[in-house]
Design a protein around this ligand. Structure first.
Ligand code: PXP
Length: 238
């Protein structure tokens, strides 16, 4: 069964737009779990324009589902993750100024860098995942970094889904098959939504987790948070 982890960065972004504490990020994280989500994802960025480092420390005792911290593994991020000890750390190669993640790791060029960080995370008992495109060479080399899982970067799937579902999913099926042969766990995320999620989860073998933020929080404006979490869960559970 694929687990739904809700990325709550957008809630923090809305709060930060005004200052103060509306919406209350901590309450919403608790409620998202109460409504059935199986995980909470946060993605701190160095300028703290979305979720703040202090938010993550405050969330730690409240997250009783899977806690996933994503981000570019600079020293500040790594120190935070080692302190919080979430269930999973997802390494993303984004530069500080990007609006949102826009590429996966080249696991060949960055093998040594990733290996060192992943080893520190694993020593602390944290499961590791690396954000990656469907480039089979990069997936083939992923085990050398020591990562437990890969997170498939699904922007290209989401972009192509409305043009041709089969060709949109095909590289992801190939990538997932190879990851399975290499004993890598499989997560996915980016631009997944109520239109494209079901087809993705039905066609990707052994998909363990999706992390979804932007579309889910936007849908909650129409449908309400509880209904929206349920709608997303229903796409994942046949
Ligand atoms: N996975 C990673 C690594 C991300 O950076 C993001 C966006 O922060 C997501 C998943 C979620 O993407 P979206 O907000 O489009 O659902």
């Amino acid at each position: 069964m694929t687990q739904l982890s809700v990325n709550i960065n957008k809630i923090a972004t809305l709060r930060n737009a005004r200052g103060g504490d509306i919406p209350d990020l901590l309450k919403m994280a608790k409620d998202i779990q109460r409504f059935g989500a199986e995980g909470i994802t946060v993605h701190p960025r160095p300028d703290e324009r979305h979720v703040r480092y202090q938010d993550i420390l405050d969330l730690k005792p409240l997250v009783n589902t899977e806690f996933n911290i994503e981000g570019y593994p600079d020293k500040k991020w790594l120190d935070l993750v080692l302190k919080v000890k979430p269930t999973q750390a997802t390494l993303v190669p984004d530069s500080p100024d990007v609006i949102t993640s826009n590429a996966g790791w080249d696991t060949i060029e960055y093998e040594g860098f990733l290996k060192e960080i992943i080893s520190a995370l694993k020593d602390a008992g944290i499961r590791t995942s690396i954000f990656i495109e469907t480039n089979l060479k990069h997936i083939e080399n992923a085990p050398k970094t020591g990562a437990d899982r890969i997170e498939l970067y699904t922007e290209a799937y989401a972009d192509n889904y409305h043009k041709d579902q089969e060709s949109a999913i095909e590289p992801y099926v190939e990538a997932a098959k190879l990851a399975g042969e290499l004993d890598l766990g499989i997560n996915a995320g980016h631009d997944l939504n109520l239109d494209n999620l079901k087809y993705f989860s039905q066609n990707i073998p052994n998909l363990q987790e999706v992390s979804i933020g932007h579309a889910l929080i936007a849908d909650a404006l129409y449908f309400g948070l509880e209904n929206t979490v349920q709608l997303y869960l229903r796409q994942l559970k046949p």
